[in-house]
Ligand binder design. Structure first.
Ligand code: 13P
Length: 286
């Protein structure tokens, strides 16, 4: 069942759970996401990162077969452009059939972010697609593994509340402690759940946790309680596949390559199923 995130997240919001949004970058990794969701009877979002779409597979080629897979799935599946900051490219993705887009204008000031987002919300309505936006910015990890965070990264709840009212977005990514990518060994980030609670109480809008990998299961469960209805995970899915490939080649350097590719996405399915369990979305396909 191919859907936009709108109805999916409205149901999650009403019933108090989060839908997992998993980064995929080709047909195999998208198949892994759908397989995990079907095995857990859960709704799911395939997050296609703008940079991956641009570098690995132009959107008009990639979208069609993934939409076909989504249509054939036994569970609701949305395709979301993740971190769409190139507005011309984002518009093209809407045209090519993405059921959801994240309009990431968070690098601009709040007013300009709202102006750009509002325009995309109006355009997306024509396509029946849903829109995610972001206020605040996630910290990040540099090449050496050092965590680069500061007070500016946190979402100001009052700015987010005004932003939601001004734009009419379907869901909003908020920054309250997580960071994209892999954390240094043993590091568990501190989350400020009050930011999520305040925005949720004022607006009732589905909110999004980015940088789910390594956030910690407890932080995720508490995020859902605070009002998060979409959780993004990318890195942990990729790591599960990379570790499988490394092990498989160490044990058998002559591993048949097509079988290796096939077995590697299957090796990532367990990681997604774990997060589906934590998010509370298992068994919520209907
Ligand atoms: P991680 O790769 O840290 O899980 O983050 C994924 C994400 O938030 C994509 O937008």
């Amino acid at each position: 069942m191919y859907e936009s995130m709108k109805g999916m997240l409205a149901k999650a919001n009403a019933e108090g759970y989060a839908v997992m949004a998993i980064n995929a970058f080709n047909l195999e990794t998208a198949r892994g996401v759908i397989t995990a969701a079907e095995e857990m009877d859960a709704p799911i979002i395939i997050d296609l990162l703008q940079d991956h779409v641009k570098s690995f597979f132009d959107c008009d080629i990639l979208t069609r077969p993934i939409i076909k897979m989504a249509q054939a799935a036994h569970v609701p599946v949305a395709i979301n452009l993740d971190h769409g900051s190139d507005i011309a490219h984002l518009k093209r993705c809407l045209h090519e059939g993405f059921s959801s887009v994240m309009c990431d204008a968070s690098a601009y000031d709040a007013q300009e972010n709202a102006r750009i987002t509002r325009e995309i919300v109006e355009l997306a309505q024509i396509y029946g697609a849903s829109v995610e936006a972001e206020v605040g910015n996630m910290g990040r990890i540099d090449e050496s593994g050092a965590l680069l965070t500061d007070d500016d990264m946190y979402t100001d709840p009052d700015v987010a509340i005004e932003f939601i009212r001004a734009t009419g977005v379907d869901c909003l990514a908020v920054s309250y402690g997580s960071t994209h990518g892999d954390y240094p060994e043993g590091y568990v980030p501190t989350f400020h759940f009050d930011i999520v609670e305040k925005i949720k109480q004022a607006t009732g809008t589905p909110l999004v946790l980015h940088g789910g990998s390594g956030a910690g299961d407890d932080n995720m469960r508490r995020s859902v309680e605070a009002g998060i209805n979409k959780i993004n995970v990318g890195t942990d899915y990729m790591i599960a596949q990379r570790e499988f490939v490394a092990r498989a080649l160490a044990e058998n350097p002559g591993y048949d390559y097509p079988t290796l590719v096939e077995d590697s996405w299957r090796a990532g399915v367990a990681t997604i199923k774990h997060y589906i369990e934590i998010s509370g979305s298992a068994g919520r396909a209907r």
